[in-house]
Write a protein that binds this ligand. Structure first.
Ligand code: ADP
Length: 290
C-alpha cells in the first residue's frame, strides 16, 4: 500500500514543480500577462491539491476497511476455534473418564451448552449483519412481550459463579411490556447489549438491566461498571467491524459486528440509542422505542 502512495505524491510534487517552473518562464516571457498567468496557475494548483486530498482520504478509508476486515477474519477464526476446542475437551473427558459422577457430567454438559450458545449468537450476528448489508431482510414485525424476551436473555447470560455468590446481572423488568417489532432482530439487540456489558466488565462486577414504559415509550437500559468508552469513541463503536483499541493489545473476544447490528436494527424500528458514562465508571446504553 505504501509504494503507490509514494509514487502518487512524487507525481503530484513533480506536476506542481513543473507548473511553477512553466509559470515563471511565462511571466518572464510575457510580463504583461502576469495576472492572468498567476490566476490560471493558482486555479490549476488548487484543483490538483483538492484532487490529491480526496484521493488520499479515499485510499485511507479503504485501507482502514481492509485492516478491519483482516482483524474481523482473525477474530472470527478465534471465536470459532476456542468454543469448539473447549466443547471437544469436555466431550473427550466425558468419553474417557468413566468414573465421573452424574453431577460432574451435568456440569460439563452445561459448559458445552454455554459454548454452543456463544457459537449460535455469533453465527446469528453474522447472518443478520450480512442480511442487513444485502438489504435482503425486511424486518417482519409482530406484537410480542418484550419483558419475556429480556428476562430469558438475562437468565441465559446470568453468571452465578462469583466467589461472593453475588448476582452479576441485576434486572428490573416491568412485566407485560408489549412492543411491535421484529422479535428475532430485537432479541439480537438485547443480547448484544447485555453481552457487551458483561464482557467489558471485570468478573463479578454488577450489570444493571432495566425495562420499563414511560409516557407511552418503551425504555431499555443496560448499565455496567466496566472499562467505559472514551467520548471520541462513542459514535465510532456503531460502525461495522469497529473495535476500540488495537487487535494486538486487546484481550476481549468479539467481531465488531454487535453494535453495528444494534444500530441498524433500532433505526429500522424508529428507536434511538444513547451511550453515556456511568458513575463512577463504566457505560450506560439507553434504548428508547417511541
Ligand atoms: P465486539 O464484538 O468487539 O464487542 P461491538 O460492535 O459489540 O463489537 O462493540 C464495538 C466496540 O465497542 C467493542 O469492541 C468495545 O471496544 C466497545 N464497547 C461496546 N460495548 C461496550 C461496553 N459496555 N463497555 C465498554 N466498551 C464497549
Amino acid at each position: 500500500m505504501k509504494r503507490p502512495f509514494v509514487i502518487f505524491y512524487a507525481v503530484i510534487i513533480y506536476a506542481i514543480a513543473e507548473l511553477l517552473w512553466w509559470g515563471y518562464m511565462l511571466v518572464t516571457l510575457q510580463p504583461a500577462r502576469t495576472g492572468m498567468i498567476l490566476g490560471e496557475g493558482l486555479m490549476f494548483i488548487s484543483v490538483i491539491l483538492i484532487g490529491a486530498y480526496q484521493f488520499h482520504r479515499a485510499i485511507n478509508k479503504e485501507r482502514k476497511l481492509h485492516d478491519q476486515k483482516k482483524n474481523f477474519l482473525l477474530s472470527v477464526t478465534h471465536e470459532l476455534k476456542s468454543p469448539l476446542a473447549s466443547i471437544k475437551l469436555y466431550l473427550e473427558t466425558i468419553q474417557k473418564r468413566r468414573s465421573l459422577s452424574q453431577e460432574q457430567i451435568g456440569d460439563f454438559i452445561g459448559k458445552c451448552l454455554l459454548d454452543v450458545d456463544r457459537l449460535n449468537d455469533m453465527v446469528e450476528n453474522m447472518l443478520l449483519a450480512s442480511k442487513i448489508e444485502n438489504h435482503s431482510y425486511n424486518f417482519p414485525k409482530q406484537e410480542f412481550n418484550l419483558s419475556v424476551v429480556v428476562d430469558s436473555i438475562v437468565n441465559r447470560l446470568q453468571i452465578n459463579k462469583c466467589d461472593q455468590q453475588q448476582q452479576l446481572i441485576n434486572a428490573e423488568i416491568e412485566p407485560q411490556v408489549q412492543i411491535t417489532g421484529d422479535k428475532f432482530a430485537l432479541t439480537s439487540v438485547i443480547t448484544n447489549l447485555v453481552e457487551n456489558a458483561v464482557k467489558y466488565s471485570k468478573p463479578c462486577e454488577t450489570v444493571e438491566v432495566k425495562l420499563y414504559s414511560k409516557n407511552n415509550k418503551v425504555c431499555f437500559q443496560v448499565a455496567d461498571h466496566g472499562i467505559g468508552i472514551a467520548d471520541e469513541e462513542k459514535n465510532r463503536i456503531f460502525e461495522k467491524f469497529y473495535r476500540v483499541g488495537s487487535e494486538d493489545t486487546r484481550n476481549t473476544k468479539g467481531t465488531g459486528l454487535g453494535l453495528y447490528i444494534v444500530k441498524q436494527v433500532l433505526d429500522k424500528h424508529r428507536a434511538s440509542i444513547q451511550v453515556k458514562d456511568n458513575e463512577p465508571a463504566g457505560s450506560v446504553f439507553e434504548v428508547v422505542f417511541s
